[in-house]
Design a binder for this molecule. Structure first.
Ligand SMILES: CC(C)(COP(=O)(O)OP(=O)(O)OC[C@H]1O[C@@H](n2cnc3c(N)ncnc32)[C@H](O)[C@@H]1OP(=O)(O)O)[C@@H](O)C(=O)NCCC(=O)NCCS
Length: 157
């Protein structure tokens, strides 16, 4: 990306869904854990199913862009309360940055955009799930102030 190009954040529309689909499928394998070897096609299908789930609920799409060029997205669920307290929260269903532009703060800008939206909707928490092996995502979330609240445990049988 040209150093002079400014990264900006905007709310997405239906017109951004093809970008979400293409980028999501391109990077979906990043979330596979070492515990579950799987065919890539299953992971792509799972991503597509996730987007259908999100689009059918109250949600926001956050887009990072430089001019006309889309650089990343974040899918935010607004109606998925915390399962323990039933309290309101904004839940990041998925986010991704185009591989050529990763590591430049675009992910951080998307999270900041999601926080702004969550506050605007009066939602007091931002939550998400992340695969233990996904180092880049873990670093991004830690830097953004997200801390581990619960753990999902798995045993291969
Ligand atoms: C996770 C992701 C969205 C981060 O986006 P990004 O634009 O690279 O985010 P940032 O540049 O703001 O920050 C990324 C952090 O990870 C680090 N990082 C980036 N690529 C890395 C890599 N391959 N290995 C280790 N760390 C990496 C960066 O240095 C930065 O950490 P720092 O702030 O401590 O220096 C992006 O890597 C991505 O799209 N991954 C594929 C999809 C994915 O895993 N989504 C998350 C699902 S929960």
């Amino acid at each position: 990306m040209d150093a002079a190009e400014q990264i900006a954040i905007r709310r997405g529309t239906v017109a951004d869904r093809a970008f979400v689909r293409d980028l999501g499928k391109r990077v979906a394998a990043t979330s596979i854990s070492a515990l579950r070897p799987v065919a890539l096609v299953s992971v792509e299908d799972a991503f597509e199913r996730l987007t259908h789930f999100v689009y059918a609920r109250r949600h926001e799409l956050v887009i990072a862009h430089a001019g006309e060029r889309r650089l990343g997205f974040l899918l935010l669920l607004l109606d998925l309360p915390d399962e323990v307290t039933n309290g309101d929260q904004a839940f990041v269903a998925y986010m991704a940055v185009v591989p050529e532009e990763q590591g430049r703060g675009i992910g951080a800008a998307l999270i900041a955009g999601a926080e702004d939206l969550a506050r605007a909707f009066g939602l007091p928490y931002l939550s998400l799930m992340v695969t233990e092996d996904n180092v880049a995502a873990q670093r991004l979330y830690a830097r953004a102030g997200l801390v581990t609240e619960r753990r999902m445990l798995t045993k291969p049988l």
